[in-house]
Design a protein around this ligand. Sequence first.
Ligand SMILES: O=C[C@H](O)[C@H](O)[C@H](O)COP(=O)(O)O
Length: 225
Amino acid sequence: MNDKQRVAHFAAQRIKNGMTVGLGTGSTANYFIEALATRVVTEGLQVKAVSSSVVSSLKAQQYGLPLLGIEHISVLDVYVDGADEVSPDLSLLKGRGADLVREKLLAKAGTEFWVLIDQSKRVQHIGQNFPIPLEVIPFAWQMVQREVSQLGGQGRLRPSGNGDGLAVTSHGSLVLDVIFPPELDTRTLNDKLNSISGIVEHGIFFGLTTTLFTGHDGRIIEQNP
Ligand SMILES: O=C[C@H](O)[C@H](O)[C@H](O)COP(=O)(O)O
């Protein structure tokens, strides 16, 4: 078992009977879905799941987890997902995939938001290893690019996987991957990005994590903000 599998398994043991659980997207979220489904089968655990992407829906379906459509809920007991970066104040960078909109909606709808990572995701500041993904309304991308450049951001549209087109998210947006000056603190950047018209959603998850579980050398470290 690697650290991602171990942390996913650990979090799945924390789910209680009757909970509505949001399922994240990515390899760690997939391990969590598998571990949760195993409890449903072996222990008769009763849960309802809401998925953040087509991929996690398919995974949940494959394991027989009962799914609710996101349009049918307004609140969750817990949302469980991975992250691309986590800073010491438990801010996150997410969105290397294409499911940012649903991921942030579910993170906000969760009474709790559990973040599952291995040690490689720990950073000193958000944006250290990856640009910040901004999901933008396609016709507004140049206006958004101009606004972020006034904050010192250097952005380019994300190419599609094969490189001969543009990446389109599951929400139908384009993605501007933007590198911001490191001295711009996460809270300020989060506030500024929230206020730019044309940005549908962005990859900074500020003040949302309720518990961080880190798998590190076979141990689980649990932290609250
Ligand atoms: O959009 C992608 C999500 O933010 C993932 O949670 C993130 O990329 C982490 O993925 P993984 O668990 O595969 O490292």
